[in-house]
Design a protein around this ligand. Structure first.
Ligand SMILES: CC(=O)[C@@H](O)[C@H](O)COP(=O)(O)O
Ligand SMILES: NCC(=O)COP(=O)(O)O
Length: 247
């Protein structure tokens, strides 16, 4: 069955659980292999500068152990560029990082850093990686992503999810409309369109229903659901909701 929308499973928070006690378990690679077996189209892992969850050795093991594509999330720093080139992942997604943040708070300011990012992504593209910019729905960020030569934009869905859970329906629907518009603009500029951050069983369908979106990257909620139903079943249920939204 050809799938109209791909699911990338982010396994960061398996590493969060592991690092909480400093044990060798649970293994992010084991989770990634289970996700691969359950039909995930790719694995996403975020090597943060502070290594709060995924560590350098995790990335190496994931690249070596997986058959499906690895999407390497990282800040646009010299250190991460060097590690990414050594790892040679299928895809690289540039995300903003602030040490004091609990989770990714916003999209990358591509428009405000265009010259540096153009130079930064050149060797990554030359190494054959599919380069993605994790951005908000602002048109200037989408346009700048195309201008610097990125292949993909990943639309930040965190605010949409936060508004949903805060019960702010009108604001949530306005955010969804902005994401729908951004997806259309990105596709019109020749960018592949992805989306992610904060998506859950409850919030995924309207995002999956956006026709221009080719891939969703989902992690935290899948690992949370896996605590109760197992990772394979959680992936099956997320995929079911994504496919139903596209039917
Ligand atoms: C960029 C993004 O939304 C996530 O993929 C990222 O992995 C979030 O990192 P934390 O889970 O550390 O907030
Ligand atoms: N880029 C989004 C991602 O990989 C997963 O984000 P989340 O589902 O863990 O919030």
């Amino acid at each position: 069955m050809t799938r109209s929308i791909r699911l990338g499973v982010n396994i960061d928070h398996v590493a969060t659980l592991r690092n909480a006690r400093g044990t060798a378990y649970p293994s992010p690679l084991r989770a990634a292999l289970l996700a691969q077996e359950a039909g995930a189209d790719g694995i996403t892992a975020h090597l943060r500068e502070d290594r709060r969850h995924i560590r350098d050795t995790d990335m190496t093991e994931l690249k070596k152990g997986l058959k499906i594509p690895l999407n390497f999330e990282m800040a646009a720093t010299e250190e991460m560029g060097r590690i990414a080139l050594a790892t040679k992942p299928h895809a690289i997604c540039l995300v903003p990082e602030k040490r004091q943040e609990r989770t990714t708070e916003g999209g990358l300011d591509v428009a405000g850093d265009q010259a540096r990012l153009t130079a930064f992504i050149t060797p990554l593209r030359q190494a054959g990686a599919r380069v993605s910019m994790f951005v908000g729905h602002q048109p200037r960020q989408i346009e700048a992503s195309a201008a610097i030569g990125a292949a993909v934009v990943e639309l930040h869905t965190g605010h949409y999810c936060d508004l949903h859970y805060a019960g702010k329906v009108a604001e949530r629907d306005a955010e969804l409309a902005a994401l729908q518009k951004a997806a259309k603009l990105a596709a019109s500029l020749g960018l592949e369109v992805h989306a992610g951050h904060g998506l859950t069983f409850e919030t995924v369908a309207p995002i999956a229903a956006i026709p221009e979106i080719a891939e969703l990257n989902i992690g935290h909620a899948l690992i949370a659901e896996a605590v109760f139903m197992g990772l394979g079943a959680a992936i099956d249920e997320m995929r079911r909701r994504m496919d139903a939204a596209r039917a």
